[in-house]
Write a protein that binds this ligand. Sequence first.
Ligand code: FES
Ligand SMILES: [Fe+2]
Length: 353
Amino acid sequence: MSSLPRDQWYVAAYTAEIGRELFSRTICGEPILFWRTEAGEVTAHADRCVHRRFPLSRAPSRLVGDTVVCGYHGFTYGADGKCVAVPGQARVPRTARLAPYPVVEQDSLVWVWIGDPAGADPARIPRASYLDDPAWTTVRGMEPLAARFSLLVDNLLDLSHETYLHGGYIGTPEVADTPISTEVDDDAGIVYVSRHMDDAACPPFYQRSTGLSGRISRWQDIEYTPPCLYKLHSRIAPVGSVPNPDGSDPDAFHVEVVYAITPETEHSTHDFWMVARDFALDDAHVSAFLAEQNRTVVLQDVEALDVLETVIATEPPGYQELSVNIDTGGLAARRMLARMATEAPHTAPAATR
Ligand code: FES
Ligand SMILES: [Fe+2]
């Protein structure tokens, strides 16, 4: 049985990735074709011709106006997925239609619904509006991960690993040494994990981007909305500084580290990462530094998680790992994900998907 939650919204791409080119990405084992119409709308359909399965994203398939022409025998589809022309006959079979996927563009992300389209309520998509807000500057990337998505969830919910895996980048001794508090909101479907370090070393990642040096107050507030959207609200400020009672926080630097954790298959994951900041908005050096540093950090995780995937593949059945206090958030997330995976109907994808 699949452990991937269906009947869920997943980030399929950044909006900038989808244009007037045929674009394909596999989400939860389903290859999906994306392109943008001449009017600018994103379309999402099964990336498989109904005739002989040729992937429509693959050359010599091509986009002609608002139609896609299959590169194998020329079946032609409109933006609604309906076949409008087949070779050698005037009649187009009524069932010649690509399976559509509900798709929403929001906060610079393209979200796609995997599961029964009847349940696709856009209001359920979690928000990260700062990713598309001129008051913030965002750098971003996406790394392919040859590991199951739950390993990335574990990784992101327990930031004590920063001290060890990311020492010299974002890790300092205080991260692992400071206890966390965990809260679970089952109704909203959110896991919160907080770690407030009131007197900590400033890691290079924040030293060079904020200009702060010496000891800092460093807050990490994780807000994870399973299955896909992970937000780390990061606050960096001089020691002793706290936000004002009205919520304003002029002495602090705020960084929103966002991940979209999207399963590609049972054993591989699209690791979308974004770093949004509310300072040095136009500073290209800070942008380049944060992008390069964060990508390095993400690749350190990718390398470790790829190894874990191979370890899991070769371990005897029934192996038990050991959990401690730092795992509280990760365990809460696992429980939520397990519930999602069993609650949703495990219908096999339709033949045309
Ligand atoms: S496989 Fe697409 S037209 Fe034949
Ligand atoms: Fe990490």
